[in-house]
Each structure stands twice: as C-alpha cells, then as structure tokens.
Design a protein around this ligand. Structure first.
Ligand SMILES: Nc1ncnc2c1ncn2[C@@H]1O[C@H](COP(=O)(O)OP(=O)(O)OP(=O)(O)O)[C@@H](O)[C@H]1O
Ligand SMILES: [Mg+2]
Length: 219
C-alpha cells in the first residue's frame, strides 16, 4: 500500500537529515515513528505526503509513484489519497465541525447531501456526533483532535498521516484519539503512519520504528 525506498534529505548547507530510509506498510497497518526532536520525523512525513521533496528515493502509494509527480499532479493526488492530521488541528474557525470534517469531500467534488451523510457517519465513529453543528472554538482539545482525525479519514484516503496527533492531550484523550485513528485505518484498509513522542500513542500501533542517526529502524 505504501512503499518507501531509499529516501534521503538534506537541507541546503546542512548535514544529511536522513538517508536510505525504506518502509513498507500493508493495508490496514498502523505504524508509529519515534525519534528525538529535530531527527527529521515531520520532514519525513511531509515528503511521504508529497508536501515536500526528497533528494533521493521513491514513495509509492497504491501503485502511484508520488515522487514522479509534478507539483499540480501531487496536489491532485494528495486531495484524494491522503488524510493528514496536523499537530495543531488546523480546523477552520468559521465552519461548523461537520463542515470542517466534510472539507476533503467538498474539495473532491462530493455533493452536499452525501458530504453531510459521510461527515456525520465519521463523526459518529469518533464519538463526536453531538458536536456536528458546533464551531471548533467550542470544543475541548481532545474533541478538536478527534474532529481532525475524522476529517483525515472522511474521504477514505489510502494513506493516513498524523504528526503528533496526541501532542497536547492527557492520557485518556490520547487513548481515545488513537483508538479513533486506529479504527479508521482498520475500517478503511488504509496505511496509517504517525509520528509521536508518546509511548501511550505508540503502544496502539501495530509496529513502532525509530528515526535516529539518519536511519529509520526498529524502535
Ligand atoms: N525548511 C527548512 N530549512 C532548513 N532546515 C529545516 C527546514 N525544515 C526543517 N529543518 C530542520 O530539519 C531538522 C528536522 O526537522 P523536523 O521538523 O523534521 O524534526 P522532527 O523530528 O519533526 O522534530 P520535532 O520532534 O521537534 O517535531 C530540524 O533541525 C529543523 O530545524
Ligand atoms: Mg516534528
């Protein structure tokens, strides 16, 4: 489902961040990446999402060689194939929770009635049905994070990426958010990759890897 081969990245003028990073994710598999601050975890996630470019190597998602696409093609591919949970949620304050969750569907040209139905269903799945018509500012941190998870999976992406999705959460909310993420990955048969500093979050992954010393390997 996700195949990464020989990824290398350096910032201009800097030492190599990582090299020869390879990774395989099966459908429905959730993998956690640990690593010290500055190790390059977010950079790696962004490259896999097509938000950034590697110096070498390939990323293939369900047969699409993402690293071969030009910028426009990657944007189009990302819209359909990728769900991204940002550490800071990135919920739009002037939209309701349901509208926020339905945004990927809107961008993919799904009609209003179906958007509503699918957004409600995925909010239900993360235990957030009651908040559908509220604004994000009225949600607790854990609820915002669950809304962000719902939005990352609503369009049934083949790749779900999450950068410290439990970063600001207590253990109870972290566990609930991780369960929502894991359930969605299993339900949709997506490949799930998350970056975390939390051992609680990592413990709900199928496998745990560590990015250290420029290489990605077993934790
Ligand atoms: N656009 C950029 N130009 C130059 N250096 C960058 C750029 N983006 C990131 N870096 C550097 O690359 C390194 C890795 O950054 P990255 O954000 O991938 O780390 P991380 O492992 O996600 O860390 P954290 O756990 O703190 O989020 C850092 O030293 C950072 O300063
Ligand atoms: Mg980071």
């Amino acid at each position: 489902m996700l195949t990464v081969r020989g990824l290398a990245k350096s910032w201009p003028g800097g030492a190599p961040l990582f090299e020869a990073v390879s990774l395989d994710l099966a459908p429905g598999e959730l993998v956690a990446i640990l690593g010290e601050s500055g190790a390059g975890k977010s950079t790696l996630l962004n490259i896999i999402a097509g938000l950034d470019r590697a110096d070498a190597g390939t990323v293939t998602v369900s047969g699409t060689v993402v690293s071969d696409l030009d910028d426009d093609e990657r944007a189009l591919w990302r819209r359909g194939a990728v769900g991204f949970v940002f550490q800071s949620f990135h919920l739009l304050p002037y939209l309701t929770v349901e509208e926020n969750v339905g945004l990927p569907l809107l961008l993919n040209g799904v009609a209003a009635a179906e958007r509503r139905e699918r957004s409600r269903a995925v909010l239900e799945a993360v235990g957030m049905a009651a908040t559908a018509t509220r604004k994000p500012s009225s949600l607790s941190g854990g609820e915002m994070q669950r809304a962000a998870v719902a939005r990352a999976v609503v369009h049934r992406p083949s790749l779900v990426l999450a950068d410290e999705p439990t970063g600001n959460l207590d253990e109870v909310n972290a566990a609930a958010t991780m369960k929502a993420l894991r359930d969605a990955v299993k339900r949709e048969g997506a490949a799930g990759l998350l970056v975390t500093h939390s051992t609680v979050a990592a413990s709900s992954a199928d496998r745990v890897l560590r990015l250290a010393g420029r290489h990605l390997g077993p934790a």
